[in-house]
Design a protein around this ligand. Sequence first.
Ligand code: MG
Length: 389
Amino acid sequence: MTASRKIVALIVAAGQGNRAGGDAPKQFRIVAGKPVLAHAHDALAAHGRIDAIHVVLGEGQAETARALLGDRAAAFVTGANSRRGSVRAGLEAIAAAGGADIVLIHDAARPFLPGAAIDRLLAALDQDEGAIPVLPVADTLVRGVDGVMGQGVDRAGLHRVQTPQAFRFESILAAHRAWDDAREATDDAQILRAWGRDVMMVPGDERLEKLTYPQDFARAEARLAMACTTRVGMGYDVHRLAPDEELWLGGILVPHDRGLAGHSDADVALHAIVDALLGALAEGDIGSHFPPSDPQWRGASSDRFLAYARDRVTARDGRIEHVDLTIICEAPKIGPHREAMRARIAEILAVPVDRVSVKATTTERLGFAGRREGIAAQAVATLSLPALS
Ligand code: MG
């Protein structure tokens, strides 16, 4: 059900950013070779569930933004003098463009947005009308007057609020329209709350820290320079060939006089890839996530096991660089099905097909594969994971 919701992101990039130093507003400054706004855009676009991105800009900034974003797809909206007014303009533009079920309202100045943070917000919206990412306050808090320490502030129950903030679209639009224009609000969650709705808090992420001061940009450069770590995992699986079974192999139905037997559809190739992905994550094996003893996996399509493994990679903010599969059997011939298998595996993994290799070999009629008693598969998966994860 949730997969069919229309999810639109609204990036607020209308600020002048004068505390960050430099000539350009901070959303247009370059960090690690890419404009801050483009980092924010790409983080949202990389999340598979976001359907469209709208960007709110200050008066006269559209040309700069278009140049910096290049080919990236985004609709531009002209904002207002306040953040609240800019968000309102963005929401009205989304409504005029056909509306949405969910909107993620995000500040361009928080460009490093992990996919897992978006997942947590969207999950909260299954139940609630608004959700915000927060971090606990670890430091002691005090009030100060003219440089002199005053009373301590009890930090129990205090949180630092980040963006994106996620809302049911119709609710936040109505809340903004009902807001008293004479008052200001520093974020949209306050506006939904004032409209009488609860806002759920989900765990935020340190990487979502706002770029405000010059040293924030230097820290972001250093963090990105640490780049990613490469992980390699391997998987191996065997299933028995039996009469009266369909042969599901590499995610497709292959015509053959026998099929693979097992507790699921026994797609030995997808199982090997699942184990390779889980291995690269060091998160156990397919049997520990989908126990053969569990009747709900009987006859299950292995597509869902592979989609699950892909989601585990996404949850770690990882990226699947490459999958190399070898199918070991005497028959059927794999060659005629190779491209269909590659296409299907790439589709499930949500990667370009040139990242998926499918190979096949026989065993010269030796052993169980050679006697056509079963099919074996082995896979190697290469992932990139954030060095900080
Ligand atoms: Mg298996």
